[in-house]
Design a protein around this ligand. Structure first.
Ligand code: AMP
Length: 173
């Protein structure tokens, strides 16, 4: 059997984790829209979604952020998955998926199997994920093996509050 690199179409399904963030308007529903978009994208299967968390913005003013992490299985390469995330961000900016939908949706590719990628447009693992409680705490919800206790301890000074679930995400499984 040849050894295919991660993301090669012959390699099959790869598990990947995606961070979701929104901080304007009904941010919980924005994240629901993002989860639905991931679940419905060709070549993606939604596996798990963390709890919904609320955090104060880091290094900026403005409303609190709502954050979650989704785990998908995907047949897409990592760059193709990033393209889906960016298209979803842009679509959200164009569409009005619910009344008075705000404009800000941020989707980051955290991990793509065990791949290490460093291209001009894509770095995986995400370079700032280990410094952010709003990534590590929800990631630990759904993939505890990927987040060590020292990694969680390193961000424990950052306030983060669990506020429930991404509304209705189980409908998209
Ligand atoms: P931002 O929307 O501010 O998070 O930044 C998006 C930019 O980061 C885009 O130009 C991406 O090409 C780049 N980027 C690099 N690595 C990643 C990653 N793992 N996930 C999302 N965007 C990434």
């Amino acid at each position: 059997m040849p050894e295919y690199p991660p993301g090669h179409p012959s390699r099959g399904w790869v598990t990947a984790q995606v961070a979701l963030g929104a901080n304007l308007g009904d941010a919980a529903h924005t994240l629901r829209y993002a989860v639905q978009a991931l679940a419905q994208a060709p070549g993606l299967r939604l596996e798990k979604v963390s709890g919904l968390y609320r955090t104060a913005p880091i290094g900026a003013g403005g409303p609190d952020y709502f954050n979650a992490v989704a785990q998908v299985a995907t047949l897409l390469t990592a760059p193709a998955l990033l393209a889906v995330l960016q298209a979803t961000e842009q679509r959200f900016g164009r569409e009005r998926p619910y009344p008075n939908a705000p404009r800000t949706l941020d989707l980051d590719l955290l991990l793509y199997g065990s791949a290490h990628i460093g291209s001009p447009t894509l770095t995986v693992p995400h370079p700032r994920m280990w410094q952010r409680a709003f990534v590590l705490v929800p990631l630990a919800d759904i993939a505890p093996d990927l987040v060590s206790d020292p990694a969680l301890a390193a961000v424990q000074g950052q306030p983060i509050e669990r506020v429930g679930e991404v509304p209705g995400w189980q409908l998209f499984l």
